[in-house]
Design a protein around this ligand. Structure first.
Ligand SMILES: [Zn+2]
Length: 322
């Protein structure tokens, strides 16, 4: 007989542990799966202190230079999200679509179009869908951290738990894919004022959590510069489709309008942009045409640097830009 409880148990937290058990390299860890999203410690919002540090507001109007004097840098970002919230089967199914179908469609589009995507990855994908991360590593796509599960925001957990989530996210992704992430976007775009410090401990090069400018900028953390690369807000399917169920064409139009403006400005002030898509939103069949369209659009212009966020961050540090 169908047991709702049993089903939820298998696709929820226990599902993640079962996934880990299949990894021959780490059977022991399967038992130690922490329940980050269960019984987390809710903090008083006033205690969170998520104010940005002063460095985020530094104003820079000197033009920078991209490789080959490109007018604009362009990257393609995927929020690759998996859910461990075992209270809602609809939500679990929505997000598991990411690993079973959405991921593969997006990867196929990227490969067909000859570009590499930046995958903001919930590390629970490493145990639930390990083959997806191995495939990204094999094909040389960028794997970035996006929290352990999409059910857990870093602003509602204690500092100790936040540090553990971050450590575990980097560790699980590396263990399965062989690649240690060097970029990060906070789950639900949430960070505490200690997040960057914990990231720095894990070797982070860049974060997408502070889009205070059109271009990247740096913030000193523990004596090291971390590059802030803007996460896209308008050419982002969480806004156009996730929040408002607009047709995919709005995402295309937003991207093109932003790209056109920045490309024009880029003649004298080199610019940067990207598009963000989710593995359970535009990755459905209706989004395929739209994704292809924006990638091909940017290829129709000269002096466009098709890149990834790691490459942007490395360039930024190499040039010693602020
Ligand atoms: Zn996300």
């Amino acid at each position: 007989m169908f047991s709702r409880r049993g089903f939820l148990k298998n696709v929820g937290m226990a599902g993640a542990a079962l996934g880990a058990a299949h990894l021959s390299s780490a059977p022991a860890q399967a038992q130690a799966q922490p329940s980050f999203d269960v019984n987390y410690q809710r903090l008083n919002r006033a205690e969170l202190n998520t104010e940005l540090a002063e460095e985020h507001f530094r104003i820079r109007r000197q033009p920078i230079q991209w490789p080959n004097n490109a007018r604009i840098a362009v990257w393609w970002a995927v929020d690759y999200e998996v859910m461990t919230d075992n209270t809602n089967s609809g939500r679990i199914a929505t997000y598991d679509y990411s690993g079973k179908a959405g991921f593969w469609r997006l990867l196929e589009i990227a490969e067909e179009e000859g570009v590499k995507f930046c995958w903001y990855t919930n590390a629970v994908a490493a145990t639930r869908f390990p083959e997806t991360l191995r495939e990204l590593a094999r094909l040389g796509h960028e794997i970035d951290g996006h929290g352990w599960s999409n059910a857990t925001s870093l602003t509602v957990v204690s500092s100790e738990l936040e540090r553990e989530i971050i450590r575990r996210t980097f560790g699980d992704i590396e263990r399965v894919s062989g690649v240690r992430p060097t970029g990060w976007l906070g789950t639900g775009w949430n960070t505490s004022n200690r997040t960057l410090e914990f990231m720095e401990e894990e070797g982070l090069l860049w974060s997408g959590d502070y889009p205070v400018d059109d271009l990247p900028y740096t913030v000193p953390v523990n004596g090291r510069k971390i590059v802030m690369i803007p996460y896209m807000r308008d050419a982002n399917d969480i806004q156009t489709y996730g929040a408002h169920r607009h047709p995919a064409q709005l995402w295309v139009d937003n991207f093109k309008a932003g790209f056109d403006a920045l490309y024009e400005e880029g003649k004298t002030y080199p610019q940067a942009t990207g598009a963000a898509m989710h593995s359970y939103l535009l990755a459905h069949p209706f989004g395929k045409k739209a994704i292809r369209e924006v990638i091909r659009y940017t290829k129709g212009f000269p002096d466009v640097w098709q890149t990834t966020e790691n490459e942007v961050a490395k360039w930024w540090l190499q040039q010693n830009y602020d």
